[in-house]
Design a protein around this ligand. Sequence first.
Ligand SMILES: C[S@@+](CC[C@H](N)C(=O)[O-])C[C@H]1O[C@@H](n2cnc3c(N)ncnc32)[C@H](O)[C@@H]1O
Length: 282
Amino acid sequence: MSETAQKLPVPGDVGKLYDRLTVSAMSDGTFNTNVHIGYWDTPDSTATIEEAMDRLTDVFIERLKVDENSHVLDLGCGVGGPGLRLVERTGARLTGISISQEQIKAANRLAAEAGASERAVFQHADAMKLDFPDDSFDAVMALESLCHMPDREQVLREVRRVLRPGGRLVLTDIFERFPRKEVRHEGIDKFCEGLMSTTADLEDYIPMLHRAGLRSLAVVDVTEETTLRLADEVAKLGAVEDRPVALDEGNFFDDGTFKPSDLEGVDDFGCLLVTAERPKTA
Ligand SMILES: C[S@@+](CC[C@H](N)C(=O)[O-])C[C@H]1O[C@@H](n2cnc3c(N)ncnc32)[C@H](O)[C@@H]1O
């Protein structure tokens, strides 16, 4: 199934979805400052899901190559956990954007609690059309957010515009591992429909970066370190972590839910780690 053949997410609806997820996580005690999968460096890593979530942010930090003089854009910042960790670890300044108002409220509150409001600011915005001047950031990170955006190439063109020449982009994205099947696994359908996502076209990823004016530095399949391992870890925890992702409005799967265990054993559900840069010369 190509990206264009899939049902495209609508940013306003994605925002409402994350509003609902944020509010319900705050009320039922499952609120987490990271809204992403984990990264386990080796098959025998004993890291917990929490530790692996932070490790994924650290993998981004290693690749972004920023310091206290840098200004970083976090595109699809969630409730701010990864951005605040980057600020704490590197001293960089950070602007985070999310299409969810509730996430932005939570992120600015967390920044205040961490005494980081001067260096980390979160604002409601749509990544499809950024309201920042050209060349305004030294680096851009996008942890698991492009999958929710209706046109990846448009977002990458915006990233290229706001990045200074030589600035880096690091992102994770989801894709179907080859050979792509005629009929997609039901677990991937449930994920995409329930969480308003599309899977990227792996073969077109580097050409897409180039069309957007970005130089590809590395496009790495990190499925073994991320999505596959997460499904195993969730299975070990059983029902506690395998809560349905509560949805409404009847436009989702028949039972209205996606559960992490829907992806258990689905080795087609891949994760890409992408590093790119805006070339120094046009
Ligand atoms: C899976 S969460 C990841 C959050 C965060 N990066 C993290 O790792 O904790 C996806 C994020 O992408 C954001 N997002 C999705 N579509 C967006 C859009 N069009 N513009 C801005 N943010 C968007 C969501 O609001 C959410 O914050």
